[in-house]
Design a protein around this ligand. Structure first.
Ligand code: MG
Length: 387
């Protein structure tokens, strides 16, 4: 007899990760079931997902978008809830086994928090949960006996490679970075990058925020911070290497010099599936590597001068406390300003640095303090733009 289906709640089902998660669920032959979904502005998509997957609840977090949509095609068994406050509710439903936390940005922290508080296994795609609230989130998971399984491809790779040895045998973790579309740009070229150029990533298909973050390498900075908390690493144990093909998703180097890597084609469906089926591995729909064809893998050290976000990430990982919340809030606001043509591409990271340096650092902040610092950092970015 087949084991009972694992029930999944997807926070952010209409985004890039959410859509891939539903593809993984659809292909699981009943092993995985979507029992709750949430979406923000894309209410028509949320409704059609509900028609196809028949969850017991959906949450439309954008009240305005929800009120202007006709939900009359919704299946009878699906209850519609409107407003962000219901995110915590679906994350804690008794029938939910795994919460896939994929809401973009620091807004995702609330859902991760509610899921951990309810003792749920969290498949974490929202790296900001750890960037903003790292020590508090890890402590909550420990207290509730809740497991956090990384969905971020690099962290999924590290999580898998860590199974090759003992924790006290780890020398370092090597995070790979594609380097984004501008890895060979001169500073002059970087100053003239357009929104359209920044949104065209060479190897990964992702939402606009993370695509811009990949181009500035702020994504890797956030991933350094995420890895620091998730794997309890000293910042000195985290190395970044440029790997343009995005085949090696990250590596763990052990003290004897052995380096264990995880490889696959760049397709988020694989780390999503691994997190949902863990500790088992199941037949996957992600395209496999074809060993009958030549495969070239290149690695090169990153250029810290052209991509100052990396140093910022290491600094923030070292500082801990409130620094992650401020860097993340500032970056979200700066990326939004870039997408709205209010600042240049090359100004995103310097704006974040200035805001970070002027912030009232706290080494042991509460969740409320982190949330107000997040708002403060966004306001500081507006001031930075206008000054
Ligand atoms: Mg990643």
């Amino acid at each position: 007899m087949a084991p009972p289906a694992k029930n999944i709640a997807i926070l952010g089902s209409t985004g890039s990760i959410g859509k891939s998660t539903l593809e993984v669920i659809a292909a699981s032959q009943g092993a995985l079931r979507a029992v709750a979904l949430s979406g923000h502005g894309s209410v028509a998509l949320l409704e059609s997902q509900a028609i196809r997957f028949r969850p017991s609840r959906i949450v439309a977090t954008d009240r305005q978008a929800a009120s202007s949509h006709d939900f009359s095609r919704l299946p009878r068994e699906t209850q519609l809830l409107v407003g962000t406050e219901h995110i915590s509710e679906i994350a804690a439903l008794p029938e939910v086994d795994v919460v896939l936390s994929a809401i973009v940005g620091s807004a995702g922290l609330r859902g991760t928090w509610a899921a951990l508080q309810a003792g749920k296994t969290v498949a974490l795609a929202n790296k900001e949960s750890l960037v903003v609230g790292g020590p508090l989130v890890i402590e909550l998971a420990r207290r509730k006996g809740a497991q956090i399984l990384p969905v971020d491809s690099e962290h999924s790779a590290v999580f898998q490679a860590l199974r090759a040895g003992r924790r006290d045998e780890v020398r370092r973790v090597v995070l790979t970075a594609s380097g984004g579309p501008f890895r060979n740009h001169t500073p002059q070229q970087l100053a003239n990058v357009t929104v359209e150029e920044a949104l065209a990533h060479p190897t990964w298909q992702m939402g606009p925020k993370i695509t811009v973050d990949s181009a500035t390498m702020m994504n890797k900075a956030l991933e350094i911070i995420e890895a620091r908390w998730l794997f309890d690493l000293a910042p000195e144990q985290i190395t970044v290497v440029i790997h343009p093909q995005s085949i090696v998703h990250s590596m763990v180097e052990y003290r004897d010099g052995s380096v264990i890597a995880q490889l696959s084609r760049p397709d988020m469906k694989l780390p999503i599936q691994y997190a949902l089926t863990w500790p088992d591995r199941c037949e996957g729909i992600a395209e496999k590597l074809a060993w009958s064809q030549a495969l070239q893998l290149d690695f090169q050290p990153p250029d810290f001068e052209r991509f100052p976000a990396l140093a910022l990430g290491l600094e923030v990982a070292k500082a801990g406390g409130s620094a992650g919340a401020v860097l993340n809030g500032a970056n979200e606001a700066a990326v939004e300003a870039f997408l709205d043509h209010r600042i240049g591409f090359h100004q995103i990271v310097p704006a974040c640095r200035d805001v970070l340096q002027s912030h009232p650092f706290s080494s042991d902040p509460t969740l409320d303090q982190l949330q107000s610092l997040d708002r403060w950092a966004r306001e500081e970015i507006s001031r930075w733009i206008h000054s």
